[in-house]
Design a protein around this ligand. Structure first.
Ligand code: NAD
Length: 304
């Protein structure tokens, strides 16, 4: 089965490609390398260096006739979305609509979309369920929410089956400093050099960190088990930024203190996503704890 993976040269996308190969699928990668790296694409996987707006995309659909599209390519930086909401909306919203048009034209059997906990915004009650009201506090969160609505409407109007995965904060090998889970890779890289990391706010803000291989597994399971619907993909636990610092410091035997700076605009205070819907319907569950994922990520960056 042919699977077109947009953003497949990026952090999560490259792990999705590896997981697809392991399960015997044929992934094809489409990525403009604006934030990805060709070295992330496994040898032998067909790669198209193409922007989502390129006319070449039609040719790719025509030639490859993918059965499934897994759409991860996006502008992923929350701060950038606040600085330049137009660019964010162009890539994230219009880019998604363009792909959906090709999916309709070339009769793709399922559209699997990488959404985000950013669609929920600041919520009162944790853990957040998929039917919790959405209230994004960044243009990035809005661009993901609007994309979800287009996907749902393409299903209603044109019958394109879909599965939407709302990730918590993903972390793991190959992650760059930007993106929503970037704090793990930033801390590890700085602390490996013996530098004290910078914490925005008092460090008591929490995130729900989920390891990238678990996220990749959710994408693969969504192919067969995903219904037309939305699934949180999370570890379902809160870890504070101070705790994160302490875990890494303990693994690296460091005892200096982090530096603190004022909180940033658009940052959510606390986050925890309920993952029971994915456990029940996708038959997915996280295999990695925050700690075991951090050990693996330290190993990766130490050898880089
Ligand atoms: N990392 C997280 O914690 C997290 C959390 C929630 C959702 N997500 C979503 O998961 C997806 C993957 O994120 P990631 O962290 O792997 O980021 P990433 O930047 O590593 O991956 C995105 C890839 O898309 C490519 N890309 C960007 N714009 C493109 C365009 N216009 N045309 C073609 N390719 C383009 C980039 O080159 C990059 O390789 C994104 O949709 C992101 O919004 C990530």
């Amino acid at each position: 089965m042919k699977i077109l993976v947009t953003g497949g040269a990026g952090f999560i996308g490259s792990h999705v490609v590896e997981a697809l190969l392991k399960e015997g699928y044929t992934p094809i990668v489409l990525d403009d390398l604006s934030n990805g790296d060709i070295r992330n694409v496994p040898a032998g996987v067909k790669f198209y260096n193409t922007h989502l707006f390129s006319r070449k995309i039609r040719m790719i659909f025509k030639k490859e006739r993918p059965d499934i599209v897994i759409h991860l390519a996006a502008q992923i930086d929350v701060s950038k979305s606040i600085e330049d909401p137009v660019e964010d909306a162009m890539v994230n919203i219009v880019g998604t609509i363009k792909l959906l048009q090709y999916c309709k034209e070339y009769k793709v059997r399922k559209f699997i979309f990488s959404s985000s906990s950013a669609v929920y915004g600041e919520t009162v009650n944790l853990a957040i369920h998929e039917n919790t009201s959405t209230n994004p506090i960044s243009f990035y969160g809005t661009s993901k929410l609007v994309s979800e609505e287009y996907i749902e409407l393409f299903n209603k109007i044109h019958g394109i089956p879909y599965t939407i995965l709302r990730y918590a904060n993903v972390f793991g090998p190959r992650q760059k400093a930007d993106g929503e889970g970037g704090v793990v890779s930033i801390f590890i890289k700085q602390m490996l050099k013996g530098e004290a990391p910078l914490i925005f706010g008092d460090g008591n803000q929490t995130r729900d960190f989920v390891y990238v291989e678990d996220v990749a597994k959710a994408n693969v399971l969504a192919i067969k088990n995903g219904k037309n619907g939305i699934y949180n993909i999370s570890y379902n636990q809160q870890t504070s930024i101070n705790d994160l610092y302490n875990i890494i410091a303990q693994k690296l035997n460091l005892n200096h203190s982090p530096l603190y700076k004022p909180a940033r605009d658009g940052d959510i205070l606390h986050s925890q996503l309920d993952n029971h819907h994915a456990i029940e319907q996708l038959k997915w569950e996280p295999s990695w704890t925050v700690e075991s994922g951090i050990v693996k990520t330290i190993e990766y960056f130490a050898n880089e």
